[in-house]
Design a protein around this ligand. Structure first.
Ligand SMILES: CC(C)(COP(=O)(O)OP(=O)(O)OC[C@H]1O[C@@H](n2cnc3c(N)ncnc32)[C@H](O)[C@@H]1OP(=O)(O)O)[C@@H](O)C(=O)NCCC(=O)NCCS
Length: 157
């Protein structure tokens, strides 16, 4: 991670959603709508922000949404704002997610990723995720639909 970054994790609140959605719309071609985030925050998903603890104001660098049930952690969304990418922020966020999943008793974590999202696949690869499945026609695409690769890793110690 960039040495001068001072990152903190905190809960995502309803008041953060405008900023979260601005990042979501800037990093995805098919962003989640506001109501998806509202649903996750309301329904007790693990919704967190990674922020730079800068003075006088924190800056939101990225966020994640995870659902932990029956010893499985489903990572539903992991995003880092464009200006913050490539500096270890995503890795910091994923470590925090794994720590939370472990605390909640999850044995495995899984997620879906577009085959065409080479950057995210490289990111998950280096975190020890491996492809364990395929969901056909899972995502919208510019033309038609795109499959999802299902990636998984043990939550570990
Ligand atoms: C994928 C994403 C979360 C990674 O976050 P990040 O903060 O940029 O990643 P990090 O700086 O922590 O990278 C950690 C490692 O992942 C790999 N990695 C990250 N981005 C990469 C890229 N564009 N190409 C290749 N490898 C990459 C590298 O191994 C990197 O380590 P290194 O910098 O020592 O080489 C971020 O780029 C992002 O939000 N992308 C847009 C949204 C998205 O696609 N989310 C995932 C949906 S499934």
């Amino acid at each position: 991670m960039r040495r001068d970054l001072s990152l903190v994790i905190r809960a995502m609140r309803a008041a953060d959603l405008s900023e979260v959605i601005a990042i979501e719309q800037s990093v995805y071609e098919f962003p989640w709508p506001r109501r998806a985030f509202e649903h996750c925050v309301r329904s007790g998903y693990h919704c967190v922000l990674v922020c730079e603890d800068a003075q006088p104001e924190e800056a939101i660098c990225g966020y994640a949404v995870m659902d932990v049930q029956l010893r499985q952690a489903h990572i539903c969304n992991v995003s880092v704002g464009k200006a913050w990418q490539g500096q270890g922020v995503g890795q910091f966020l994923m470590r925090a997610l794994m720590g939370h999943a472990r605390m909640r008793g999850a044995a495995r974590a899984y997620l879906e990723v577009r085959p065409s999202n080479h950057a995210a696949r490289a990111f998950y690869d280096q975190l020890g995720f491996r492809q364990v499945g395929l969901k056909r026609d899972y995502y919208r695409a510019q033309v038609g639909v795109e499959d999802a690769y299902v990636y998984q890793r043990t939550v570990g110690l």
